[in-house]
Design a protein around this ligand. Structure first.
Ligand SMILES: CC(C)(COP(=O)(O)OP(=O)(O)OC[C@H]1O[C@@H](n2cnc3c(N)ncnc32)[C@H](O)[C@@H]1OP(=O)(O)O)[C@@H](O)C(=O)NCCC(=O)NCCS
Length: 325
């Protein structure tokens, strides 16, 4: 999977901003990226502190670009644009100056101003603090009502070719409505395709085709029906239980006529509790590597790391993020 993404980047190299420039894992991944010819890392922070942190940990980042919010030569322009973008909230230049000292907001504005193509944060910032500036400043693409997210999960098979599945929305929308689930599913289909998945979509529930009752059962059933109307060529099933979605034997008894049952590879969850717990079970018990959350529907690629990430995950997510640019 990564070979393909790196080839895309080799043809069209990108710049990626890391707001947490002194973090060890960011520095290690940046030193690896710097040695590559497909992705240019840009670190935010005080130059002296960044180089000192790298030297202390033994990472070579010679030649890297470090941008310090305190010394940024286009700060006046950035403040003006920030106020313009947030004018409905009555943000003053004094407010903007204060907010832009924070590297999550400053980094997001570097992307907005075209100084970088993508951003990867969240090694120390929470998901909310990484995502909020993107929602406020980069915003959803025209025609999209929400930004959502998808995890790509990859597990090695003994045969060599990897098993790749998609799960959404496990990280952003806390309790999406029926129509938001429709939007999430269509975005997840696109994301799945980007990673080489031929999507078969399961709208997950505790019920399969009417076996159980409840508001969320209806939400998933109706969302599936509406999504099918919008994308009739994509195999979709819902509402469906996880076992019926992935186990052919269970599917034969619970939904024998389904073209998705037993073979689903793109999973849509009813809410963030189910999604977040679900992908972590696949990761911790199922032996899948998890890449994400990959934000969907944003005007520019900005992604979030888990605070428990390691340098290899930062490196991989940087490639995923930049390839989406
Ligand atoms: C994503 C999240 C941070 C946004 O909520 P928030 O910080 O309370 O932000 P607000 O509701 O104040 O919204 C901030 C802006 O983002 C916009 N926004 C919020 N959610 C959005 C969404 N899903 N899509 C698009 N825009 C959204 C709002 O409209 C608002 O825009 P405005 O300031 O221009 O009016 C929140 O939904 C959240 O915490 N989600 C869960 C994150 C999490 O903990 N994940 C688990 C770990 S992976």
């Amino acid at each position: 999977m990564f070979g393909k993404l790196i080839n895309i980047l080799r043809e069209n190299p990108k710049k990626i901003v890391f707001p947490e420039g002194t973090d060890n894992r960011i520095l290690e991944a940046s030193s690896r990226l710097l040695a590559s010819n497909f992705l240019t890392p840009v670190l935010i922070g005080n130059e002296e502190e960044v180089f000192k942190a790298a030297a202390n940990s033994g990472f070579n980042i010679n030649g890297i670009t470090v941008v310090d919010p305190e010394k940024y030569d286009r700060m006046d322009e950035m403040i003006e644009l920030f106020c313009e973008l947030r004018k409905s909230k009555g943000v003053t230049p004094e407010d903007a100056e204060k907010i832009l000292k924070k590297s999550n907001y400053f980094g997001t504005m570097l992307v907005k101003m075209g100084e970088a193509d993508a951003l990867l944060g969240g090694a120390t910032y929470s998901t909310a603090d990484t995502v909020r500036p993107a929602l406020q400043l980069i915003k959803a693409k025209p025609g999209k009502n929400i930004v959502s997210s998808c995890f790509i999960l990859v597990r090695e098979r003994a045969t060599g070719n990897n098993e790749v599945i998609a799960m959404a929305d496990c990280a952003i929308n806390i309790n999406p409505t029926e129509d938001e689930i429709v939007e999430i599913s269509l975005e997840a289909v696109e994301c799945a395709r980007t990673f080489g998945i031929d999507p078969k979509v399961a709208f997950l529930s505790y019920s399969t085709l009417g076996s159980g009752k409840g508001e969320t059962v209806e939400k998933m059933r109706n969302a599936c029906r509406k999504a099918k109307e919008k994308a009739p060529d994509i195999p979709m099933e819902g509402e469906i239980q996880f076992d019926a979605a992935v186990a052919p034997r269970v599917a034969r008894s619970k939904c024998p006529d389904s073209d998705v049952g037993g073979h689903a590879n793109t999973f849509i969850f009813p809410d963030i509790n189910a999604g977040n717990i679900g992908y972590k079970i696949a990761q911790r018990f199922g032996g899948f590597d998890a890449y994400g959350p990959i934000l969907l529907g944003l005007n520019a690629p900005i992604n979030d790391l888990s605070r428990g990430c390691n340098a290899a995950e930062v490196y991989s997510m940087a490639i995923v993020t930049a390839a989406l640019a």
